[in-house]
Design a protein around this ligand. Structure first.
Ligand SMILES: [Ca+2]
Ligand SMILES: [Ca+2]
Length: 314
């Protein structure tokens, strides 16, 4: 579909159930490395972490994040004059190889121009919440699919696990944390490729974090702060709920069953649907440059990453 964007474009469907339970004072932000996937769903563990988050929120600011005032926005470019909205989303695209193994493509093709989320945390008293630890601010993955035994409050179609993708040595990712704690204005950044230490919102392209590789596409990845799920805005002036957190991925097919070593790689299963979409119905997740239609530019882009996986190219 050629033409203008609508907010609906940024609310791409996610293959998961609603996270209604998260709107209470809730849960957690689990840093990396899960135990056995199913263990994440154990009620006792969730309850324990929930209490820890709430306690920490109170200790930090005497308040908890208010999801009706807090929000996140897709950005790219500089911190002082950021790009937001559709143009920023165009930079939030990745290959599962992105990391130190694929320097040639970083910054120019994938997760480029400091593609990030800006997170603004306002407490229930209406005041910014400074000093929230980076690890308490998470883009949350379960790590795999329910069919693979992964459950929890994170996204359930992102593939980010070594258990089912051992040959390519794919990392176990559960939380993409903020670059730094919230500042005096309650602002933090989640730079998708990882940030330069001491420079939140500025991508670390020279030595990207190899533990941030993942496969699969999801249109609505939970963004959690101290256990509270926030909603997104397309730009800072847009209404709450006008954007859902997502990163387009050249690997969007495969790896969601229990068959080993099928995930987090770009091959014909991903490329053929892009070719087939040209001239047909619009497929948002295949519109890698986010210009409103799928064409040869998108096909050439994915073709250039054929056979890339977590550990290749080296
Ligand atoms: Ca794939
Ligand atoms: Ca396109």
């Amino acid at each position: 579909m050629r033409g203008k964007f609508t907010p609906r474009s940024f609310l791409a469907p996610a293959r998961k159930t609603p996270h209604s339970a998260l709107s209470t004072s809730i849960a957690l932000c689990i840093s990396l490395v899960s135990p056995a996937p199913a263990a994440m769903a154990a009620p006792s563990i969730v309850a324990e972490l929930s209490a820890a988050s709430a306690s920490r929120a109170t200790a930090v600011s005497g308040d908890v994040p208010d999801p009706s005032q807090s929000y996140f926005v897709p950005q790219s470019g500089s911190i002082t004059a950021p790009t937001e909205g559709a143009a920023a989303i165009a930079n939030a695209r990745r290959c599962p190889a992105t990391g130190s193994s694929d320097l040639a493509h970083e910054g120019t093709q994938v997760l480029k121009l400091n593609a990030r989320l800006k997170v603004v945390v306002i407490g229930t008293r209406g005041l910014p919440m400074p000093g929230i630890a980076a690890s308490d601010i998470c883009v949350l993955f379960n790590g795999g699919t329910p069919a693979q035994g992964f459950t929890g409050m994170g996204d359930d179609s992102i593939i980010a696990n070594s258990e089912f993708n051992p040959v390519a040595n794919c990392p176990d990712v559960r939380c993409i944390p903020a670059d730094a704690p919230t500042d005096a204005n309650g602002v933090a950044y989640i730079t998708w490729i990882g940030a330069i230490p001491g420079q939140p919102g500025v991508g670390q392209y020279s030595s990207p974090d190899p533990t941030r590789r993942w496969g699969g596409y999801a249109g609505d990845i939970p963004v959690m702060v101290l256990g509270v799920q926030l909603r997104g805005k397309l730009t800072y002036t847009s209404p709450l709920g006008s954007y859902t957190a997502h990163v387009k991925n050249l690997d969007f097919m495969g790896g969601r069953t229990t068959v080993l070593n099928k995930g987090e790689q770009v091959n014909s299963l991903d490329i053929n649907p892009v070719r087939a979409a040209i001239g047909h119905g619009y497929e948002y997740q295949m519109d890698f440059d986010n210009n409103g239609f799928v064409d040869l530019t998108d096909l050439n882009f994915i073709n250039a990453h054929k056979n890339h996986k977590c550990n290749s190219p080296m």
